[in-house]
Design a protein around this ligand. Structure first.
Ligand SMILES: [Zn+2]
Length: 178
């Protein structure tokens, strides 16, 4: 199993032969998740094999903790390729945070909902709130002497009800809740 760098966000799966696994042998390798459904038993064994069932025993950069079929892994891989590379960590955090929009019957995230709802990476939610207040001109018509009495804490606290905030390595990811 290969070592990965902290900045590598490519979803990967370790695809192995189920029959070999049940016989106590780890026969398999890492693949990009988006290619998982194209891996054949001959790829896995390095030669033709009568063993015909493949399974993903380990995952990297996919925000669920379970094994899955190669076809499901391919769907996860494709969702992550649908968003820009620099947003993949945010998509991962959105799903791992648990409060996200799924697509279909399973727990696969909706890439289009992600793109609609993602409001960026910020040092803190307060930073996001201050920028939003500027952008919408919240206090633009209020004389400066009066604006200084504005209750930022209370406004930010209420605003936060409409958002999902997920911790990043540093700072936070901010998502609109609806
Ligand atoms: Zn096998």
């Amino acid at each position: 199993m290969t070592a990965m760098t902290a900045t590598d966000t490519t979803p990967r799966v370790w695809i192995g032969c189920l029959a070999c696994y049940n016989a106590g042998r780890l026969v398999g390798d890492w693949h990009d998740a988006s290619d998982a459904d194209e891996v054949t038993t001959a790829d896995v064994h390095g030669r033709d094999s009568s063993h015909d069932e493949l399974w993903c025993f380990d995952l990297e950069n996919i925000p669920v903790r379970r094994e899955m079929s190669p076809s499901e892994a391919a769907e996860w891989g494709r969702v992550f390729y649908e968003v820009d590379e620099h947003q993949r960590a945010a998509l991962y955090a959105w799903v791992a945070g648990g409060d996200y929009v799924s697509e279909g019957a399973g727990d696969l995230p909706s890439a289009s909902d992600f793109e609609e709802r993602y409001a960026g990476h910020w040092d803190s939610f307060d930073d996001y709130a201050r920028q939003l207040a500027d952008d919408i001109g919240l206090l633009s018509d209020v004389p400066e002497g009066i604006a200084s009495y504005f209750d930022w804490q209370s406004w930010t606290r209420d605003l936060k009800f409409d958002y999902t905030v997920v911790d990043a390595d540093s700072g936070v990811y901010v998502f609109r809740s609806s």
